[in-house]
Design a protein around this ligand. Structure first.
Ligand SMILES: *Cc1c(COP(=O)(O)O)cnc(C)c1O
Length: 428
């Protein structure tokens, strides 16, 4: 497979863009080789500028759950784009997407749209601190909540991939109110509440971790957090930027039956355009300006194209078979990878919830950052290169999710399974 154009494009980008990319993990540093420059995608297929085609299991890192360039999304965007792309006024599209979010996500009575997941979590934290009049936030090592300063302590995603504990440029003062504890450890959270419970504004987490590879919540973990936050007057914030609309219509909170106070959304809710959102009970959300004093704003927030792509995507997802189909395809992918690993004799531990999964190159179990970090990342790098060469596009990091979409077919999954079998045999 020839990647000469991509290689040249990356060299050219490096002379113009910092690091040649606009988001670090795209640079392929964790898997070796040069990033593949894509320029076209349809359904489950994505094509690079050298003309190579891949079955895509990245889905733009989560948003493309109905597949690329879905006809309903494209047609919605075509209709809207000709009418103008941003007015800086309210539009009915915002209410329309908002109505869907409110009706689907159990915890959300009022919602606000922003431009990214980062903005959603950043503002949810501000709101939680304002409402509780407390400073401290509890987060979990390996959970990623975007790149706002106070949430960059011990984060997952690219921060984990590049081995950065937190980022230079974030002052000690800024992270002083961020307390980090191991994922899936209720005792660690209980300790903090016992010591300084009256200072904790909120506990924020990915209810299904997706940024240290996929790690489901242990049985009772989410309910335990719900009980503890309630007991101590702190808010529970679910960052469902990945899990929202992916594991169930109402996200992880519906899937596990635990309702947080505030929910952060992103990725799927924008259908591939830049969108984030956060919401919760009306009494909490009423603290936001203009009803209340907590400030938040956005020039392009709720812009018609982004709202339209979200509406069309949620409409496609509203087909009653959607989540069953996503789970079925996810399970087929899991089984294919497991049998490929077993027959090659290469240890791969698989965590999966519906259409999101990670095969960790190790024996497992993988329940938190520490156990995830014990994966053989060199092996993953080789695996990634071999899969790419056989036309399967995986995330260029061990610590990310593999996503399937409604556009994948059983044949696509079978092809990926065969490719995995060959790659793992070569690795063994
Ligand atoms: C992607 C992600 C974010 C950040 O969203 P951006 O749109 O990249 O700012 C926040 N939280 C989680 C769980 C994410 O996966």
């Amino acid at each position: 497979m020839n990647h000469s154009r991509s290689e040249a494009a990356f060299a050219a980008a490096g002379e113009i863009l910092s690091g040649g990319v606009n988001s670090p993990v795209r640079a392929f540093k964790a898997v070796g080789g040069s990033p593949v420059f894509m320029n076209e995608a349809s359904g489950a297929r994505i094509k690079d500028i050298d003309g190579n085609e891949y079955i895509d299991f990245v889905g733009s890192w989560g948003p493309m759950v109905v597949g690329h360039a879905h006809p309903e999304v494209v047609s919605m965007l075509q209709t809207l784009v000709a009418r103008g792309t941003s007015f800086g006024t309210p539009t009915e599209l915002e209410t329309e997407l908002g109505r869907r979010v409110v009706s689907m996500v159990p915890s959300i009575e009022r919602v606000r749209f922003v431009n990214s997941g980062t903005e959603a979590t950043m503002t949810a934290i501000r709101l939680a601190r304002a409402v509780t009049e407390r400073p401290k936030i509890i987060k979990f090592t390996g959970c990623y909540h975007g790149h706002s300063d106070s949430l960059l302590a011990n984060a997952g995603s690219g921060v984990m991939t590049l081995g950065i504990p937190s980022s230079p440029g974030v002052t000690e003062g800024t992270v002083a109110d961020t307390i980090t504890v191991p994922y899936n450890s209720l005792p660690a959270v209980r300790d903090i509440f016992t010591q300084i419970g009256d200072q904790v504004a909120a506990v924020i987490l990915e209810p299904i971790a997706g940024n240290m590879g996929v790690i489901p919540p242990a049985i009772g973990f989410l309910q335990g957090l719900r009980d503890m936050t309630r007991e101590h007057g702190a808010l529970l914030i679910f960052d469902e930027v990945i899990s929202g609309f992916r594991v169930a219509p109402g996200g992880a909170q519906e899937f596990y039956g635990v309702t947080p106070d505030l929910t952060c959304l992103g990725k799927i809710v924008g259908g591939g355009l830049p969108v984030g959102a956060f919401g919760g009970r009306k009494d909490l959300m009423d603290h936001l300006a203009p009803n209340g004093p907590v400030y938040q704003a956005g020039t392009l927030s709720g812009n018609p194209l982004a709202m339209g792509a979200g509406i069309a995507t949620l409409e496609v997802l509203s087909n009653p078979d959607s989540y069953q189909k996503l789970d079925h395809l996810g399970s087929q992918l899991e089984n294919g990878l497991r049998s490929a690993a077993e027959s090659a004799g290469v240890p791969v531990h698989i965590n999966r919830v519906g259409s999101m999964m990670t095969g960790f190159f190790q024996d497992g179990p993988v329940t938190n950052f520490e156990t995830a970090a014990a994966s053989n990342t060199d092996r993953y790098g080789v695996y990634h290169q071999k899969m790419l060469a056989s036309g399967v596009y995986l995330a260029p990091s061990q610590f990310e999710a593999t996503f399937v979409s409604l556009a994948h077919t059983e044949a696509d999954i079978a092809t990926a399974g065969d490719a995995a079998a060959a790659a793992l045999k070569a690795i063994a």
